[in-house]
Design a protein. Structure first.
Length: 165
């Protein structure tokens, strides 16, 4: 169909230069078309996933370290009658503090960057639904990362924890 279109253009406007005629599909999926945006979106998704994995590993690592430092205290609490759910509550409370501070700093930082880049972004840079959904997702995943150290803390034998100081 390309030769017919070129012929019609030459009949209508003979002085009009016609070059590099492509189909819509060829134009969109060329390096100058939407392909660059698709690659950028894929890279942004990969970077976001890596950031989420780093956040999970970071929360898990910090809580693991804090729980290992508090093994003696947890052993004393259990020896004095604390239940496993009390130990779980202690570890989760500390995890919630870490996650809450991280979310507050992250939201403040993202709002300030969104304000700076607001003229470059086509969509709303301060969409509350997006901020709420991302914050809830990160908080839920971080709390799941808190479960492993909490479970390990619940299994502490009081006598063993008291002996190892």
């Amino acid at each position: 169909m390309i030769p017919e279109v070129e012929g019609v253009i030459r009949q209508i406007a003979p002085s009009l230069p016609v070059f590099e005629v492509k189909t819509l599909h060829q134009a969109l999926y060329s390096p100058n078309g939407l392909l660059i945006f698709q690659v950028a979106a894929a890279l942004a998704g990969i970077m976001g996933t890596l950031g989420l994995i780093l956040a999970i590993v970071g929360v898990y690592g910090v809580l693991s370290y804090v729980v290992s430092q508090r093994t003696h205290e947890i052993g004393i609490r259990m020896a004095l009658g604390a239940q496993r759910k009390d130990v779980l509550r202690i570890v989760y409370r500390q995890g919630l503090w870490i996650v809450g501070i991280g979310l507050a700093v992250g939201i403040a930082g993202s709002l300030s960057v969104a304000h700076l880049l607001g003229s470059m972004i086509v969509v709303s840079s301060t969409d509350p639904v997006t901020y709420l959904a991302i914050s809830a997702t990160l908080a839920a995943i971080a709390l799941l990362a808190c479960y492993m150290p909490a479970r390990r803390a619940m299994r502490v034998e009081p006598m063993q924890a008291l002996r190892t100081e």
